[in-house]
Ligand binder design. Structure first.
Ligand SMILES: Nc1ncnc2c1ncn2[C@@H]1O[C@H](COP(=O)(O)OP(=O)(O)OP(=O)(O)O)[C@@H](O)[C@H]1O
Ligand SMILES: [Mg+2]
Length: 247
């Protein structure tokens, strides 16, 4: 479904991505894991069209996304849930959700989608009239995911949904993502800083560090966490990478 091939991204003189390649097949949950500053958000932003790689290609179902732009990419069925849980604090949960559907042209289908998506989020239903700013971190995370689902994506990109949430809440968020995959036929690419709770949910894992993919394999092959740890911290590889950076 998604093919990212050797993309390079710079911010001014900083090389954030130095040749990132990854692929996501229809129906998969793929997780991109890496430490602070590894290039996770830049990778998702590149796919969603918010950042333009100066080298490499990204294609969706074989169709190159270069020049399509963020709105066009969204129309092709790609939705990004950015890091930071940006909800409209003064708007109610219901109003926050309604904002997501303004772009849609199929007005008649919206009511049914609204009911179906909300059914995945009993906690949001309970808080439907509360201002977004009053929600807990976990509820806000659910709200931004619900909002993204209302745009009817086929590929959902989720940037660090676990950040700062208690383990129990993280599991709830993942349960919802898994249920959404099943119900909506979603494909998921998820960024996380830690593989801790992700290994049991993902089909495949990529580890990124320093703008490079260090490792990728099925979650089943990585269950013991040792290979991930080595790739994440780069034991024994620092010298080689520093040399390449200097070149
Ligand atoms: N808008 C920007 N302008 C300049 N540098 C940026 C910008 N966004 C990211 N960077 C830099 O690019 C590199 C990759 O950042 P990115 O946000 O993609 O990493 P990340 O893996 O998402 O990190 P985190 O876990 O902290 O969210 C970092 O060195 C970061 O400081
Ligand atoms: Mg990030």
């Amino acid at each position: 479904m998604l093919d990212v091939n050797d993309i390079h991204v710079t911010y001014g003189r900083l090389r954030a991505l130095k040749g990132v390649s990854l692929s996501v097949k229809e129906g998969e949950i793929v997780c991109l894991i890496g430490p602070n500053g590894a290039g996770k958000s830049t990778t998702l932003a590149s796919i969603a069209g918010g950042v333009t790689p100066h080298r490499g290609t990204i294609s969706l179902e074989g169709k190159p996304l270069a020049g399509v732009g963020p709105e066009g990419i969204a129309r092709l069925g790609v939705s990004l849930v950015p890091e930071g849980r940006h909800v409209f604090g003064a708007l109610t949960v219901a109003e926050n959700l309604r904002v997501a559907t303004y772009m849609r042209k199929d007005r008649s289908a919206i009511a049914a989608d609204y009911d179906r998506v909300l059914a995945l989020f009993p906690r949001l239903q309970e808080r439907i009239g509360s201002p977004g700013g009053r929600l807990s971190g976990g509820e806000q995370q659910m709200l931004v995911i619900a909002r993204a689902l209302l745009t009817k994506p086929r590929l959902l990109l989720v940037d660090e949904p676990s950040l700062g949430l208690a383990p129990k809440i993280v599991d709830q968020v993942y349960d919802i993502l898994l249920a959404a995959r099943k119900m909506e036929g979603l494909t998921l690419l998820i960024n996380e800083q830690s593989s801790h709770r992700i290994l049991k949910h993902a089909d495949r894992i990529y580890v990124i560090r320093g703008g490079h993919i260090q490792l990728h394999d099925t979650a089943a092959n990585l269950q013991d966490g040792e290979a991930i740890k080595r790739a994440y911290f780069g034991f024994g590889e620092e010298a080689a990478i520093d040399e390449e950076d200097a070149a």
